[in-house]
Design a protein. Sequence first.
Length: 415
Amino acid sequence: MIGLASRTPRGPRIEPSRLSRRDLLSEAVSGMLQRPARSALTALGTVLGVGTFVAVLGLTATTSSQIDDRFSLLSATEVSVRDVGAQQDEFAGVSFPADAERRIERLHGVEHAGLYWEVEGAASGGVSGSPVAGGTTEQVKVYAASPGMLDAAGASVAEGRLYDDFLAGSDTPVALLGEGLATRLGITTTATRPAVFIDGQAFTVVGILSDVRRKPELLLNVVVPPRTADRVWGVPKRGGTQMLIETRPGAARQIAHEAPVALDPAHPSYLKATPPPDPRSLRSSVTSDLSRLFLLLAAICLVIGAVGIANTTLVAVLERTGEIGLRRALGAGARHIMAQFLAESGALGVLGGLIGTSLGTVLVVVVSAWREWTPVVDPATVAAAPLVGLATGLLAGLYPAWRASRIQPAEALRR
């Protein structure tokens, strides 16, 4: 009996306060809907940041695929060879031998090859379609190009024809004009055997170039045979001669390796062959700078969005001090208050991330349709973008939520 009487009766057990996930989500949505205009403006920075993030990655991927598509057989079958003998030996002459074209054309995989150079000092007084002073004069350059070079360049004519090996070898003063230059000089047909006058020398126009697949500078100037250029203006200076080689698909890099040895076995270093660029390195070099620039812009937008969310959440904490005190008085813990405001800022971030992802994807599709490209958007980017918005919102709301959790109930209710 004594033992029973000495036992202290227990009072009612106090359950710890809880905040379910459903209630937390409901409170976050309610806090956003109470001030929809403010919430929309707060989420705008995140919308811009995430939208820019998605658009940049999508457009970069789309542009990269276009670079791969445009790396056509035209650029993959071109090899250029330059005379660099003067840089290796000050006493070296022209490094290309007299039979340079025949040597290269004997290599397996070569379609066409030819020499060309810009004639120094030619047409200093301009090119005219009339020998009489006062006629139309154009300031252009003169290029010496062999028939093989014209074939390698893929030249085509609108009028007349290209000069062949016979005309080029007979030292005949003939010339080719670009279509625009011919029009400015008043030459529209070759049926009347028109002539142009370069430094007082008459050249019969045998053809009017309409297009070239390579070396577009030929369309803007005058092209003459090499032997004619040698007779009128002298031999080219050291290092001025170049060779253009058209190869079969897949043979360009091998031809670039073999060409210097085939041209000058004793001094292959006097000739520098340039193979076509690697499409992977080309894509990387084109897109890397663009990606860095716009990703920096996206990061700036996200920072602006985070500052906006932090500012709005902090203002909401000050405005709702009484509500916070009442919740604390009714049993809400500091962690519950912190979770409530973090949920609101995170919800704003997710909302901005979803809208930004949608706008960024639409932008990629619109730009691709305008440019007639195939849009490329990585699914991982679309999936990660809302998470970026969520992380931005949580980081932005961390300090305001911590400050709200530090408010004491008595002090809050006095306000």
